[in-house]
Design a protein around this ligand. Structure first.
Ligand SMILES: Cc1cc2nc3c(=O)[nH]c(=O)nc-3n(C[C@H](O)[C@H](O)[C@H](O)COP(=O)(O)OP(=O)(O)OC[C@H]3O[C@@H](n4cnc5c(N)ncnc54)[C@H](O)[C@@H]3O)c2cc1C
Length: 108
């Protein structure tokens, strides 16, 4: 069995970003993930014949400069949130859902 210099526990955004950054070094890196998929709290469900729903990370704004740099480096595009629309929002799983108007803002 090959030995790793660094073991990253968790294949969410943090672990995957760390593994990506460590590719620039000579260190042998291993990453373990408890689930049968990578991404952690970043999860997109639906698609094809269903509406696509983001179950985790969705928005970023001008303050997220490091995340934006990473997206640029990886060639990943963002798009502006459609504003002025209604959305169903459930603050917690125990509270009733509400119909809200999406706020005007710089979120993408
Ligand atoms: C509903 C929701 C909405 C969100 N919206 C936004 C947003 O709009 N904008 C934004 O910037 N962020 C948002 N976030 C937050 C964002 O998703 C998280 O900050 C980010 O994904 C966390 O990444 P992480 O790698 O630190 O942790 P995680 O994504 O939690 O990854 C940790 C990983 O480690 C694994 N793991 C844990 N223990 C072990 C173990 N012992 N062995 C092996 N693997 C293990 C887990 O299975 C998981 O895959 C949202 C989150 C949620 C849930």
């Amino acid at each position: 069995m090959n030995k790793a210099d660094i073991l990253i526990i968790g294949g969410g955004l943090t672990g995957l970003t760390l593994a990506y950054l460590l590719k620039e070094t000579d260190l042998k890196v291993a990453l373990v993930e408890a689930r049968n998929r990578l991404g952690g709290r970043i999860l997109t469900v639906g698609g094809k014949d269903q509406a696509t729903v983001e179950m985790g990370a969705t928005w970023l704004g001008p303050a997220h400069t490091k995340l934006q740099s990473l997206l640029d480096e990886l060639g990943l595009k963002t798009f502006r949130q459609r504003l002025g629309s209604k959305a169903i929002y459930e603050p917690t799983s125990m509270s009733p859902h509400q119909l809200v108007t999406l706020p005007d803002g710089a979120a993408t």
